[in-house]
Write a protein that binds this ligand. Structure first.
Ligand code: NAG
Ligand code: NAG
Ligand code: NAG
Ligand code: NAG
Ligand code: NAG
Length: 174
């Protein structure tokens, strides 16, 4: 009995230390940075367009089945007209009959700076009326090859008159 117990305790300790090491190395590899999407809902700069919807739909962002395509400039600081480091290109579909949730398929395509040539893929549901929305990062290319993680996003600034929003996006990758 006693002979059997010693090895199993050793194995437990070993397993615990291995999982602790894995946890620490995952923690150490975490990458975090903040981006801003420059979004215009209407006007000469429009970056967010309704494309199609169910018959009779007004193509509102709360109408089930409405399909949008977007191409927002990405900046490292929130200011309008700041240097552009990439584009947030993708589609949004209202996939909730109640109009609250959107399916988001978005590529962050970097065109200058540290991540020039690389991209990040976002895929998941956006609870669009929540103040802070979390979406999964499922993949990437270049410096982000095989990445995973999540983004937290929030409206940082909104000018209703111009339909202009600055969306803050905190990216966390493991
Ligand atoms: C978006 O960025 C491009 C350069 O990549 C620039 O020509 C264009 O004016 C920017 N759009 C807005 C609305 O700032
Ligand atoms: C879109 O839906 C929202 C929320 O239901 C509503 O407040 C707004 O007036 C609608 N816009 C249009 C153009 O119908
Ligand atoms: C369009 O974008 C430019 C450059 O970012 C900005 O200066 C201008 O005020 C914007 N126009 C409108 C109507 O929002
Ligand atoms: C970004 O990378 C491309 C090649 O992939 C290069 O042509 C371009 O000059 C780079 N842009 C900046 C601003 O570094
Ligand atoms: C992004 O991170 C900053 C700094 O930690 C924080 O103040 C901000 O609230 C975060 N924004 C979002 C949308 O989570």
């Amino acid at each position: 009995m006693a002979q059997n117990q010693i090895p199993s305790i050793l194995i437990l300790c070993l397993a615990a230390s291995i999982s602790m090491t894995l946890l620490l190395s995952v923690e150490a590899k975490k990458t975090k940075f903040t981006l801003y999407f420059q979004d215009y809902a209407f006007g000469p700069n429009t970056t967010f367009f309704p494309i199609a919807g169910l018959p009779g739909s007004k193509l509102n962002y709360t109408d089930f089945g409405t399909f949008f395509v977007t191409d927002d400039n990405i900046t490292a600081i929130p200011n309008e007209g700041a240097p552009v480091i990439g584009r947030a290109q993708g589609i949004y579909v209202v996939t909730d009959k109640g109009g609250k949730n959107l399916l988001v398929l978005l590529s962050l395509v970097f065109t200058s700076g540290t991540y020039n040539g690389s991209s990040i893929e976002i895929q998941g549901t956006s609870r669009q009326f929540d103040l802070n929305r979390e979406l999964p990062v499922v993949a990437g290319t270049g410096k982000f090859r095989l990445t995973r993680g999540y983004i937290n996003t929030d409206n940082f600034f909104y000018d209703q008159e111009r339909g202009y929003s600055v969306i803050q996006v905190n990216v966390t990758l493991v």
